[in-house]
Design a protein around this ligand. Structure first.
Ligand SMILES: [Zn+2]
Length: 99
């Protein structure tokens, strides 16, 4: 029996077209947070076990695209703890033209 894979977009393609019409030429589903609607940082990560439990606490799935601020909210919800987060550059740094 062949298993069908289902691919779900978190943003409907029409939404991308609409944002581009509004002048957000670089609009991409990962450029904004799907929870708060704020701008997402270009690239970030956290250990998957932290991410998965945080998005679950927010009522989202591990495929969710969220900003670091919303991740922290989810982490506090799921852990009941708060902490100071350290932002550390992850090399290699990339030239601006590769963004
Ligand atoms: Zn957010």
């Amino acid at each position: 029996m062949k298993e069908e894979l289902e691919f779900r977009l978190s943003v409907h393609p029409d939404e991308i077209k609409e944002q581009r019409k509004l002048g957000w030429a670089e609009f991409h589903p990962e450029t904004f947070c799907h929870r708060c609607g704020g701008k997402n940082v270009r690239s970030w990560f956290v250990a998957h076990e932290y991410f998965n439990s945080a998005v679950e606490a927010l009522g989202l799935t591990s495929a969710a695209i969220i900003c670091p601020g919303c991740f922290v909210v989810g982490h506090e919800l799921t852990s009941g703890l708060w902490c100071t987060w350290e932002l550390v550059p992850y090399s290699p740094f990339k030239p601006e033209e590769l963004k």
